[in-house]
Design a protein around this ligand. Sequence first.
Ligand SMILES: Nc1nc2c(ncn2[C@@H]2O[C@H](COP(=O)(O)OP(=O)(O)O)[C@@H](O)[C@H]2O)c(=O)[nH]1
Ligand SMILES: [Mg+2]
Length: 185
Amino acid sequence: MLKAKILFVGPCESGKTVLANFLTESSDITEYNPTQGVRILEFENPHVTSNNKSARCEFELWDCGGDSKFESCWPALMKDAHGVVIVFNADMPSHLKEIEMWYSCFVHQQLLQDTQCLLIAHHKPGSGGDTGSPSLSPPLSKLKLVHSNLEEDPEEIRMEFTKYLKSVVNSVSESRDREEMLIIT
Ligand SMILES: Nc1nc2c(ncn2[C@@H]2O[C@H](COP(=O)(O)OP(=O)(O)O)[C@@H](O)[C@H]2O)c(=O)[nH]1
Ligand SMILES: [Mg+2]
């Protein structure tokens, strides 16, 4: 069975924990592990299977603490991650700056592909609503950006997250196939 590790990172109070709970609750939460600076949610998504359609995939969603006092744990969080989701509040100018750091540490320096990264502009209720897309500069502007608004359109982010999980699974199974080819050739 294929297992994928997905990190939720980003500034404090941006909605990572709320979103992580929402997105994993649809399927079975088999385990809940509170640890220092991170919470690990295990889940499956019935819509996401590995390349040979029938095989199940298991996901670990690592809901990481946004506080930089946990910086010493970051290498352990990043280790063997297959995907990084950066959650931020598009109405906060400081977040736009901060997510560049999260991208640099967790995606760029870890040599992950941009397709393994997803930006979520999370809209908390009463935060002014849709103000259009935030103006991001490269390299962030190349990444897939989705909006989440759990009060107004919760299914939208569920669907986008499923799409993202599929793309992560594809890249994991492709790299696994390549490794297998290297061994047998
Ligand atoms: N009702 C509601 N509250 C939210 C939502 N997103 C964030 N919040 C509030 O914002 C606070 C911070 O969110 P949290 O997910 O803990 O942020 P984190 O630090 O990024 O994990 C929470 O205590 C919630 O009360 C949302 O979609 N709906
Ligand atoms: Mg949190």
